[in-house]
Design a binder for this molecule. Structure first.
Ligand code: ANZ
Ligand code: ZN
Length: 814
């Protein structure tokens, strides 16, 4: 064996070999248990950054473990290729987006290969390919036929810089998620996915995802924003009606005015005084966020409505704090009990009438709104009733009169998917003046983008291509126009994980295969996708299930949000700060395996990692230590080619101790990788390496060799090139990846210790070392006697003790 490990030569050699022999092919072997590992596929930006490297190292390590354990592993990669990066590059550099995408894809793929990632590249997909376009258009048409996608003219979020519509999820603090330009409202015809039809299931389904981070589930919960209340119909003087949504029907007698959002359609049907029109037009230009930052402003429309509970006449105002996309876009204002209404009423001298008495401050002079509950006052027949009871009684009374109904409101809006951009999947719909919107016939799919396009001007670039736009109606054969828009790229990413098993099929996916391979067992990606991608994907799966196209409810059973890789001082990496670490340079200097080990060893996967320039070097030193170990025992290794340790040679002394540690390490690495605790698995491997260094020089060489082989096998998912090279240079049998995963021999652990995590009320308190054969009562006893735990439990009543064998013990105290 050579004296030193040459990472450049070894990595080149093994990558080439993997390329040729394709050992990572998904077999689809139905006799095995399936396992689907997936990282959120990247935009084809052209740059693979160090955060990607960390993310993909995690998925790869898990995929390698699962394969070795005998699972049928699906671990694919693809490209979220449509979208603005390519289109903007095209505009700025005069490149066609297709050329930009092809180059970007090639360089990112090369970088992935240099990291040694074990994707099955035969399953690669590209959302901008004709195959994918075709498949998605088929899906779109199925949704269209079932009314799950519909067209409507609506006020939408508009980014003046990107000249496109944005979904609510793409507006961050009032700004475009991409270019940070202030978003405004525009009235445009749009296609919408009816995601609201699934609001309840999307919300309630979160409770059935125990292996999702609580933070993501909470973001989704508040994004869906389910609210129980009453819709109350006020009539206006011209015989029309105005419905308001309130969560406090008990305050109806305190309503002193109505307020409408500037977008409210009621305003379209009236003659408005000039000052009303001016105010309205001014506010319409502002984003919701901008409006919220302003002081509360409004204007009286000159019209009145009738309060259905007492016949009172109340003025109708337009106000900047009422938003169109919640409830009905109109509110009954109750200044005495709503802080916003109070502020508004004070500013314009509108009446404030107390109807709920604050039990803690009777006789209050109303210098603020009281938003709590209490006993009703000034409320006709309901006076003296408790507010919760009154809420029910008033709603019931309104329902009897046909002037109200109890409803549920959601913050979640339907998903607008029309984008006035070129580089996206064309919407396969044709407009005929006779027949209306008609889907493009199946045999004409895919509807592809025209190659030649004019990016100058506003609106959709496709609308300027006469050759593209002009067509005939599939129904009557008359002249017709195409839809000038393309689909939001989040449509592409909302179902791509169904496509991998059959990347070239005509049908979007194969039901039998996806029913077997999905849900994804481990999905890895950033928390920034909590509301966009992760909500859309859940919706699409539920909709496809209801269309009878697949048979499961959720796309991803386990979700892992990896932490960010920051610079050494904890700042976010950015071009402008000049602190970006290039994976290529690190790989060149220290090797891909050193980078992988460093990225996984340094901290827990979900924590931020502050880059350290010496980190990859330290990881390299560790690998070199393992190399020297193999060098020292080379001749023994040559006689012992497999990862097995013969128990009959380990009866006592150093050999017995080493055998115990080996099996302890197998267990630790196996369970820790399964739980995404890569850092502690690597720590265990280091510990085993140290023990091997301490193994006596005159000890049994067969024992040392067997232990080193196990070490190499366990290290292989983290450092795949390195371990193959050691294996080969020491005459190992076959390839490391072909070796089965070592099994724990429980006999070896008798007398050894195992680690149990101790929690109190679910909070980690201590790690307990107990004998391998300790039973539950002994462990409970030991945990109670642990200093920290004992202190925490002192004088407390333990209501429940939860024991998860070999893992943890949790005391629930009052
Ligand atoms: C009268 C009232 C009286 C209200 C009171 C509150 C307190 P959540 O909990 O978020 O569902 N509201 C309804 N639609 C609105 C819109 N489009 N724009 C701005 N505000 C709107 O909030 C529901 C409450 O928010 C509703 O109940 C309504 O004000 C307001 F003492 O109605 B309430
Ligand atoms: Zn027609």
């Amino acid at each position: 064996m050579e004296d030193r490990y040459d990472h450049r030569a070894a990595e080149r050699k093994w990558q080439q070999q993997w390329d040729e022999s394709a050992p990572f092919r998904w077999t689809g072997d139905r006799t095995k248990r399936k396992f689907y590992v997936l990282e959120m596929f990247p935009y084809t930006s052209g740059h693979l950054h160090i955060g990607h490297a960390r993310n993909y190292s995690m998925g790869d390590t898990l995929a390698r473990l699962r394969r070795a354990q005998g699972y049928d592993v699906l671990y694919p990669m693809g490209w979220d290729a449509f979208g603005l990066p390519a289109e903007n590059a095209a505009i700025v550099r005069g490149l066609h987006p297709r050329e930009f995408t092809a180059t970007a894809r090639a360089s990112m793929k090369a970088a992935m290969n240099r990291l040694g990632l074990s994707y099955d590249w035969s399953l690669e997909i590209d959302t901008s390919s004709a195959e994918y376009i075709q498949a998605q258009q088929r899906l779109f048409i199925r949704f269209f036929e079932r009314g799950l996608v519909y067209r409507d003219a609506n006020y939408v979020n508009w980014c003046p810089q990107c000249a496109t519509v944005l979904a609510n999820e793409q507006v961050i603090a009032g700004r475009c998620w991409r270019c940070e330009t202030q978003v405004v409202k525009r009235h445009v015809p749009q296609w919408f996915f009816n995601i609201r039809a699934y609001a309840d299931e999307l919300l309630d389904g979160l409770d059935k995802l125990p292996d999702w981070p609580e933070s993501v589930k909470n973001i989704q919960r508040s994004w869906i924003g389910r609210s129980h209340g009453t819709e109350i119909r006020f009539s206006d003087e011209s015989g029309g009606t105005l419905a308001v949504f309130t969560t406090r029907p008990d305050t109806l007698f305190g309503c002193t005015f109505l307020a409408l959002a500037p977008e409210h359609p009621w305003l379209n049907d009236r003659d408005l005084a000039p000052d009303v029109r001016t105010f309205r037009d001014e506010i319409l230009l502002k984003s919701t966020e901008e409006r919220a930052l302003e002081e509360k402003r409004g204007v009286f429309t000159g019209h009145y409505a009738i309060n259905p509970i007492n016949g009172e006449r109340v003025p109708i105002w337009v106000a900047n704090y009422v938003v169109m996309d919640y409830g009905t876009g109109a509110i009954m204002a109750v200044p005495a009990h709503d802080e916003r209404d109070f502020e508004f009423a004070r500013a314009y001298g509108l009446a404030v009438r107390e109807v709920v008495r604050d039990p803690s401050a009777p006789g209050d002079t109303l210098d603020h709104a009281y938003e709590g509950t209490g006993t009703l006052v000034n409320s006709g027949p309901f006076t003296g009733t408790a507010s919760q009871v009154a809420a029910d009684d008033i709603s019931a009374a309104l329902e009897r009169q046909g002037q109200g109904k109890r409803t549920i409101q959601y913050r979640l809006q339907n998903w607008s998917i029309s984008r006035q951009r070129y580089w996206g999947n064309p919407i396969p719909i044709v407009y005929c003046s006779e027949c209306g919107a008609q889907p493009v016939p199946q045999q004409e799919l895919p509807l592809l983008l025209p190659d030649a396009i004019d990016f100058k001007g506003t609106g959709s670039p496709l609308s300027r291509s006469a050759a593209y736009m002009t067509t005939t109606c599939p129904k009557c054969g008359g002249p017709a126009q195409r839809d000038p828009d393309t689909m939001d790229t989040f449509v592409d990413s909302s179902w791509y994980f169904l496509r991998f098993p059959t990347p070239h099929a005509v049908e979007p996916f194969d039901r039998e295969t996806v029913d077997r391979m999905l849900p994804v067992d481990a999905y890895i990606g950033g928390i920034e996708h909590a509301t966009l991608h992760l909500m859309y994907s859940r919706f699409i799966i539920k909709a496809l299930r209801d269309l009878g196209l697949l048979g499961f409810d959720e796309p991803f059973v386990r979700l892992y949000n990896q932490g960010m890789v920051n610079d050494s001082t904890g700042r976010k990496q950015s071009k402008s700060l000049g602190n970006v670490v290039e994976p290529f340079e690190v790989i060149e200097a220290y090797g891909a395996d050193s980078l992988r080990v460093y990225l996984l060893f340094t901290t827990a996967y979900n924590l931020g990692l502050n880059w350290s320039d010496t980190g990859p070097k330290d990881a390299q030193s560790y690998l070199n230590r393992v190399w020297r170990l193999a060098h020292r025992w080379e001749s023994a290794l040559r006689r012992n080619g497999a990862a097995v340790l013969d128990p009959s040679r380990c009866a006592s002394g150093a050999a017995a101790e080493l055998r115990t540690l080996v099996h302890h390490t197998i267990r630790k690495v196996t369970t820790d990788v399964e739980r995404f605790q890569f850092n502690t698995s690597i720590a265990a491997l280091m510990q085993l390496s140290n023990a091997l260094y301490a193994f006596p020089a005159d000890g049994d060489p067969a024992v040392a060799a067997g232990a080193i082989r196990v070490l190499l096998r366990l290290l292989a998912p983290f450092a795949p090139h390195f371990t193959e090279e050691v294996w080969e240079q020491t005459g190992g049998q076959g390839l490391v990846v072909e070796q089965p995963w070592p099994l724990v021999d429980e006999d070896a652990l008798v007398g050894a210790v195992k680690e149990i995590a101790v929690q109190v009320n679910g909070r980690f308190m201590a790690t307990l070392e107990v004998g391998q054969d300790a039973n539950e009562p002994e462990i409970v006893e030991a945990a109670r006697n642990h200093a920290t735990v004992g202190q925490r439990l002192a004088g407390k009543n333990v209501r429940k003790t939860i024991y998860v064998p070999d893992r943890l013990i949790n005391f629930v105290v009052a």
